[in-house]
Design a protein around this ligand. Structure first.
Ligand SMILES: Nc1nc2c(ncn2[C@@H]2O[C@H](COP(=O)(O)OP(=O)(O)OP(=O)(O)O)[C@@H](O)[C@H]2O)c(=O)[nH]1
Ligand SMILES: [Mg+2]
Length: 595
């Protein structure tokens, strides 16, 4: 079998999934009736938002110009930085990658990050420019940028249009020529070995592994072993992606496909683990580095009865999103919940949305936070992941926080705007590089927490949308931060606590309190909203009570009944004032979190 495995990597929206559509069309993998735009983006959220969230493998058959039959395995990847763990995993399953650059946009920040990943994986990189049909296409200039970036010859850069299909056939011929055929390490081995690069969960079939077969052959009924997990299972079904699952008899070294394991318990299958013949195991293939969560938020069920459901939902979701991490935690006010780690704010949003839609979970989510390393008075060092657990003022001596290295690519005109913006976010410019054609790359060091203060949107508006951003984790540095607490009706709402820079504590307190005053519904009693920092009130407002005439629906003169009702209402009010239970709706929570 002649096999070529490759992925498509690019900055967000540069046209990966659209190019994949044309590849599927030219190879008659998806017939006209089933073709739609970005057909590989099959998740509801992907279609709604027009972005790719998960990588998708698909197998295509192709007869080359010289009459040979090929099997082409393509993996489409997401472009958003929050999903770059998907990209890195896809790269280990293939021998080559298309570095796609939108010819109307040129090289962007994520072009650089994904290229770095492809280089680290020692893949054959094929530079391709796309959207050449567009009147805004600057093909020649963009080619020069690519030459500067990867040091290739001009005629190595291929040109395509995902819209018209121009250049797509030539592209496939080049993929066949340039991407090396897969090579098994253990030739003629009677054992098999496959790398797990992804998986999913089905209630009916259990865990379904997405694998790249590295050595030997696998068949239905084979007795396999997860090397790391040291767990044995029998293959229930194997197959390939077309793009929907299609059962096959065998998978051979070099092929990409799926394995149905029937395993229902979470925690056994892990991406990066190797599955091999149980009786004659081959050594584990080097796995993946664990994803590094940058943003943390605690997720609590709406009522404690739903705690187990939430745990099961998270475990299942992790089976289709291996970058999600979670751990049980509890907070006095909110009860038992989970501390979850995300790769970024969009990742957080997608996970909570999926929990809601796919698992019917109503959630309480705490303010997203980063990790702080707190040195307590006694000298112990504690990693604090949620503001709820950030110690009180006076209990710690110092705090350190993670920084990031930010890459921004922008036209020259916006550099001064960006410098100002970076200053506001405590960023310092570490390096600048000229890309020619009026574009500059800026490398900026910045505290990670600033990224969550709407930085992406602010950069977009400071540059009229012309800049692109990417980032990677940096080192830990000393931080001057403190915990800001919100009290509503004399009760601390733990979920609203946040860790803020000391110099901004006042301002942030004001903002949250003001926001809450706007969004909280009126109650039957006066509701005080206060922000506390280091035991002092830094901001305070109150919402006037609503006058609800509980007797309104009664006519006539039964005065005693009216009196009774009023009495009851008064008692209720007293109780509410005392207990201060204000019902904060889910939407209000999200609204305040986002601000
Ligand atoms: N004119 C033109 N538009 C294109 C072409 N390819 C893609 N587009 C448009 O560009 C936008 C983004 O296309 P996608 O294919 O979703 O881009 P992507 O790289 O898969 O995006 P992510 O997966 O979210 O990173 C869509 O509006 C497409 O219609 C092309 O060749 N020409
Ligand atoms: Mg896409």
């Amino acid at each position: 079998m002649n096999i070529r495995n490759f992925s498509i990597i690019a900055h967000i929206d540069h046209g990966k999934s659209t190019l994949a559509d044309r590849l599927l069309e030219v190879t008659s993998t998806v017939d006209k009736r089933h073709m739609k735009e970005q057909v590989l983006d099959s998740m509801e959220l992907e279609r709604e938002r027009g972005i790719t969230i998960k990588m998708t493998p698909v197998r295509m058959n192709y007869k080359s110009e010289d009459g040979k039959d090929y099997v082409l395995n393509l993996i489409d990847t997401p472009g958003h930085i929050d999903f770059s763990y998907e990209v890195s995993r896809s790269l280990r399953a293939v021998e080559g990658t298309l570095l796609l650059v939108d010819s109307t946009q040129g090289v962007q920040a994520q072009t650089l990050t994904t290229l770095e990943m492809a280089r680290d994986s020692h893949l054959k990189i094929i530079p391709v420019i796309t959207k050449i049909d567009s009147p805004l296409s600057c093909a020649e200039e963009v080619k020069e940028e690519i030459i500067k970036l990867i040091g290739c010859q001009k005629d190595e850069i291929l040109s395509v249009s995902g819209k018209t299909g121009e250049g797509v056939k030539e592209l496939i011929e080049e993929i066949i020529k340039r991407v090396p055929a897969p090579m098994a390490e253990f030739k003629n081995s009677t054992s098999s070995r496959s790398l797990i690069f992804d998986f999913e969960y089905s209630n009916h079939q259990g865990v379904i592994l997405y694998v790249r077969c590295l050595d030997g052959k696998i068949n239905k009924g084979d007795d396999l072993l997860f090397v790391q997990a040291n767990h044995r299972f029998i293959i229930r079904e194997i197959g390939t992606f077309s793009p929907e699952k299609r059962e096959t008899k065998t998978l051979e070294a070099g092929e990409i496909g799926y394995i149905v394991t029937g395993i229902k318990e979470p925690g056994i299958a892990r991406v990066g683990d190797t599955v091999t013949t149980f009786a004659r195991p081959l050594p584990a293939f080097p796995g993946y580095s664990e994803p590094v969560p940058l943003v943390f938020a605690a997720i609590y069920p709406e009522t404690q009865d739903e705690f187990d459901d939430l745990r099961s939902a998270l475990s299942k979701l992790k089976l289709s999103d291996s970058s999600l991490t979670f751990e049980e935690e509890s907070s006095g006010a909110l009860g038992r919940g989970f501390r979850c780690g995300f790769l970024g704010m969009l990742h957080l949003e997608i996970v909570t949305e999926r929990l809601r839609r796919e698992f019917d979970q109503e959630l309480v989510i705490t303010s997203p936070s980063i990790t702080y390393e707190v040195t307590l008075k006694g000298g112990e060092i504690e990693m604090v992941y949620t503001p709820i657990h950030f110690p009180d003022h006076g209990q710690y001596v110092s705090v350190r926080e993670p920084w990031i290295s930010l890459t921004i690519i922008t036209p020259h005109t916006y550099v001064s705007n960006l410098m100002q913006l970076m200053h506001v976010h405590e960023g310092t410019v570490a390096d600048m590089r000229d890309w020619g054609h009026d574009r500059v790359e800026m490398i900026i060091d910045m505290p990670l927490r600033e990224l969550m203060r709407n930085l992406f949107d602010e950069v977009k508006s400071a540059t009229s949308g012309y800049a692109s951003i990417s980032y990677k984790p940096g080192i830990m540095k000393k931080a001057e931060v403190t915990r800001l607490d919100i009290w509503i009706a004399e009760e601390r709402v733990a979920a609203f606590s946040r860790v803020v820079p000391e110099y901004r504590a006042h301002e942030e307190g004001d903002q949250v309190v003001e926001k809450l005053e706007k969004v909280l519904p009126r109650e039957l009693f006066r509701v005080k909203i206060q922000a506390y920092v280091k035991g002092r009130i830094v901001a305070s407002r109150s919402i006037a009570p609503m006058k609800k005439d509980v007797t309104g629906y009664m006519y006539g003169g039964d005065i005693t009944r009216k009196m009774k009702l009023r009495e009851k209402q008064k008692r209720g009010k007293d109780r509410m004032q005392r207990e201060g239970k204000v019902n904060i709706s889910h939407d209000t929570f999200l609204d305040v979190m986002k601000s």
